[in-house]
Design a binder for this molecule. Structure first.
Ligand code: TPP
Ligand code: MG
Length: 365
């Protein structure tokens, strides 16, 4: 399904060679792949699935407040993308980021504790579902404003370039985000300045209750790259290996001076926009189609068919994933709430009137 829209622009950064020639796999689907790695992808996809199910449960038990958007149906995309990044690479996402936080290396317990609003959470319980943040693992947020992350990610890429580092910034967003002005401004400046950033559009075909065809005049979103002389590419977001390979090529290209790129991952949102959305606007056929594309079930079946896993092995991984998700819930539930005396902490980065405690914040990366 891979499709590309290519730019023609000389490389100005790093002087490295372009690595954008497509990766080809010959013969069987998993030829040349490490069985251990394949099982590890399945483990992580299953962990995210179980984690999100427990998050939905926690929400209905009123353990989680605010908004809560899940990665159900997007597990192959999440894992494939994160396997293309180094730990030191920087990631910006929208509010649908629990899976990304886990796959970028944050302990599931800390992610669940953030959902529960506890001090052990990634943002000390102040951010909640939409505002995970962890400098150590390179997750620079979690943003609730649609498109809010796109200029920030572009600015981070400018900072990396300015300092001469070899990090790459990945900026995840949804299909609906490609119609926000900041998307176009950011892609334009990133291309003009040849910044090391890969923009990734998760085209789950819905922006809340609106289909991509109803909201985007050009619904093949990777083609928008052409307007900025940027490389654009579309992959099957249900195929963890295709996502990993495409993302790796683009990330390494950006690292070697090829500049920014746009990757569109076509996926299916299995549930409502957020956990409180019953998605009544959705046709029975669209829900059925999404279920048929369930990436976790499909990958499981493919691994068994290829002899990489057997039923017992799959059940073992699933049991462990369930136990890990349960342990994350137990950790969150046992963690303390923030003390009321800290109510105004982390509100301003710089000193505010009548508050002598605060100092200007140090740079975060
Ligand atoms: C600037 C702004 N406008 C509107 C909203 C309300 N809103 C929240 S999510 C969303 C849909 C975004 O869809 P998409 O970018 O496809 O992401 P997805 O939820 O599918 O991951 C909208 C309109 C918002 N949060 N911010
Ligand atoms: Mg969407």
């Amino acid at each position: 399904m891979a499709q590309t829209a290519t730019r023609s622009k000389p490389s100005t950064r790093g002087g490295g060679k372009s690595r954008r020639s497509p990766v080809r796999r010959s013969g069987g689907r998993f030829d040349g792949e490490s069985p251990e790695l394949l099982r590890d992808y399945f483990r992580e996809m299953t962990l995210i699935r179980r984690f999100e199910e427990r998050a939905a449960q926690g929400y209905t038990q009123a353990k989680i407040g605010g908004y809560c958007h899940l990665n159900l149906g997007e597990e192959a995309t999440v894992v494939g993308l994160m396997r293309a990044l180094r730990k030191t690479d920087l990631l910006f996402t929208n509010y649908r980021e629990h899976g990304y936080a886990i796959a970028k290396g944050i302990e599931p317990g800390r992610v669940m504790a953030e959902l529960y609003g506890r001090t052990t959470g990634t943002s000390k319980g102040w951010g909640g579902s939409m505002h995970m943040f962890d400098v150590e693992s390179g997750l620079l947020g979690g943003y609730g404003i649609v498109g809010g992350q796109v200029p920030l990610a572009t600015g981070a890429a400018l900072a990396v370039d300015y300092r001469g580092g070899d990090q790459v910034v990945m900026c995840q967003m949804g299909d609906g985000t490609t119609n926000i002005g900041a998307f176009h401004e950011s892609l334009n400046i990133a291309a003009l300045w040849n910044l090391p950033v890969v923009f990734v559009v998760i085209n789950n075909q819905l922006g809340m209750g609106t289909t991509v065809e109803r909201s985007s005049a050009e619904s093949e979103l990777y083609k928008r790259a052409v307007a900025y002389k940027m490389h654009g590419e579309r992959v099957d977001g249900n195929d963890v290996l295709a996502v990993r390979d495409a993302a790796t090529r683009l990330v390494e290209g950006a690292r070697n001076g090829d500049g920014p790129a746009l990757l569109e991952c076509v996926s299916f949102r299995l549930k409502g926009h957020s956990v409180v959305d019953p998605a009544k606007y959705r046709s029975e056929e669209s829900v059925q189609e999404a279920r048929e594309h369930d990436p976790v079930a499909a990958f499981r079946a493919q691994l068994i068919e290829a002899g990489v896993l057997d039923e017992d092995g799959a059940a073992d991984i699933e049991g462990k994933a369930q136990a890990d998700a349960d342990a994350a819930v137990a950790f969150a539930d046992d963690s303390p709430h923030p003390d009321v005396s800290t109510l105004f902490d982390y509100t301003y980065a710089t000193p505010v009137a009548n508050d002598s405690r605060r100092l200007p914040a140090d740079p975060v990366f």
